[in-house]
Ligand binder design. Structure first.
Ligand code: SF4
Length: 386
C-alpha cells in the first residue's frame, strides 16, 4: 500500500486572552515562555526523528496552529523551521501555514514570517462587525483585521485564509450577508466559516445554561449555513469541505491531508499525531495537555507525550469515514476498505441503504458523498454511520 502523505502540526498554546467560547488547548498569558517552549519543540522534533528513523517521507505540509502562534517572533519561527528542515526534507510545494490573530501583527512581523519560509497566512478575523467582535470578546476590531489582511499581502503572502465565526447570538441573515460581502471584498484565497458551538466548560456554555445567552434556533442557523454555501459558490469560492471555501487551487493542503486520512506528526503541548508504520499499523499519539508539564517533561528527557496507542481497523475505518465525508468529493469505498479491513457495505450496509434512500448520501463511481441535504445534517449522518 502506498504510504499516505506526512504532514507536521505544531501547537502554540498561548493567547492574549481566552475567548469565552473556546475550548481549544490554549491559555491566556501576558508573558509567554517563548525560548523555553521553543527549546521543548526542538527536543520533541529530535525525538520524532529518532522514532521515525526509517521513514523517508518528505513533509507534505507544516501547520503552525494554536492558540496564537503569531505571539512568537519571526526569529523563533525561523529557528523552528530551520530545525524542521534539518530533520526532514520538504515536498515540492510544501505548504507552511501560520495562524495569526490581527492584534498580534505588524507589517514587519508578517514580512519576517514570510522570509522565514511561511507561505500561507490564516487570519483569525472571526467577524467583520465591531459589535460582534465585542460580543465574542475578541481583542481586535474590524479596522485592525482589515489592516492585517492588507499587511499580509504587502508582506508577500499570496495564499491567505480568513477564519470567520457565524450563527452567533442575535445574528440576523442580513448582518451575516454584510459580513460575508466585506470578507469577499478583502479578496481572500480561502475562507473557513464555522458556526458558533457552545462547548461544555466554557463561559458561553455556562451563560447559555443560565438563560443569559440566547442562541439562534436550528432553523435560523440552517438558513445562514445554506446562504453561506450558496452565496460563496456564486462568488467563485465554492465549498470543498463542509465549512471551508476557496478560490480554485487554494484548498488547504494540510487540512486536506487530515480529511484524506493522511499522516501527521503532532508537536507541542496537547498536539495529536497519527502515523502509519511501514507494516500499515496506525499509531495515535497525544502530547501532555498543559504547556508547563509538557515543557518540564521535555527538559527532563521524558518525551512530552501523554499516550501512544495503536488503532484497530474498526477505529481507523470510522475515522476515515468521519474525515472523508466532510469533503465535497466524499470518500472512495476502497479507501474505507483499506483501513477498515472490510467493505463499507459489510460494516454499515443497512444504514448506508437508508441514508442513500433518504437522499442524505449519494454514491457515484464508488465515491460516497453527502448530498446538499446531507451536508445540513452531517452530524446526524456521521453519528448513524460510526
Ligand atoms: S484566540 Fe483562538 S485559540 Fe485563543 S482563546 Fe480565542 S478562540 Fe481560543
Amino acid at each position: 500500500m502506498q504510504p499516505p502523505h506526512l504532514s507536521l502540526y505544531v501547537h502554540f498554546p498561548y493567547c492574549v486572552r481566552k475567548c469565552p467560547y473556546c475550548d481549544f488547548a490554549s491559555r491566556a498569558s501576558r508573558q509567554i515562555p517563548e525560548q523555553v517552549y521553543l527549546t521543548a519543540l526542538g527536543r520533541e522534533l529530535s525525538l520524532w526523528r529518532q522514532e521515525l528513523a526509517t521513514d523517508a517521507r518528505p513533509l507534505h505540509s507544516i501547520f503552525l496552529g494554536g492558540g496564537t502562534p503569531s505571539l512568537f517572533s519571526p526569529a523563533s519561527i525561523a529557528t523552528l523551521l530551520g530545525w524542521i528542515g534539518e530533520h526532514w526534507s520538504l515536498e515540492e510545494g510544501c505548504e507552511i501555514t501560520i495562524e495569526a490573530n490581527p492584534e498580534s501583527l505588524t507589517l514587519d512581523k508578517l514580512a519576517g514570517y514570510h522570509q522565514a519560509g511561511v507561505n500561507r497566512l490564516s487570519l483569525g478575523v472571526q467577524s467583520l462587525l465591531d459589535e460582534r467582535l465585542k460580543q465574542l470578546h475578541r481583542p481586535h476590531d474590524v479596522a485592525t483585521a482589515i489592516r492585517a489582511m492588507a499587511w499580509g499581502r504587502q508582506a508577500g503572502f499570496t495564499n491567505i485564509n480568513l477564519d470567520l465565526i457565524y450563527a452567533t447570538p442575535g445574528q440576523s441573515l442580513s448582518d451575516w450577508q454584510g459580513e460575508l460581502a466585506m470578507a469577499i471584498a478583502l479578496q481572500p484565497d480561502h475562507l473557513s466559516c464555522y458556526t458558533l458551538t457552545l462547548e461544555e466548560g466554557t463561559p458561553f456554555f455556562a451563560a447559555h445554561e443560565q438563560g443569559e445567552l440566547p442562541v439562534l434556533g436550528e432553523e435560523e442557523e440552517l438558513l445562514l449555513f445554506s446562504h453561506t454555501r450558496q452565496w460563496l459558490t456564486q462568488q467563485g469560492m465554492p465549498p470543498y469541505e463542509i465549512s471551508n471555501f476557496c478560490r480554485p487551487g487554494f484548498q488547504c493542503r494540510h487540512n486536506l491531508n487530515y480529511w484524506n486520512y493522511g499522516d501527521y506528526l503532532g508537536l507541542g503541548a496537547a498536539a495529536h499525531g497519527k502515523w502509519t508504520s511501514q507494516q500499515g499499523i496506525i499509531h495515535r499519539t497525544v502530547n501532555i495537555h498543559h504547556d508547563q508539564p509538557y515543557m518540564a517533561s521535555l527538559m527532563a528527557g521524558t518525551g512530552g507525550r501523554q499516550s501512544k496507542e495503536i488503532l484497530t481497523p474498526r477505529e481507523a475505518g470510522a475515522e476515515t469515514l468521519i474525515m472523508g465525508l466532510r469533503l465535497h468529493q466524499g470518500i472512495h469505498l476502497a479507501h474505507y476498505q483499506r483501513h477498515a479491513g472490510i467493505s463499507l457495505w459489510q460494516a454499515h450496509g443497512k444504514t448506508l441503504e437508508e441514508l442513500l434512500q433518504d437522499g442524505l448520501l449519494q454514491l457515484a463511481k464508488e465515491q460516497l458523498s453527502l448530498t446538499e441535504n446531507g451536508v445540513k445534517l452531517a452530524n446526524l449522518v456521521l453519528a448513524k454511520l460510526v
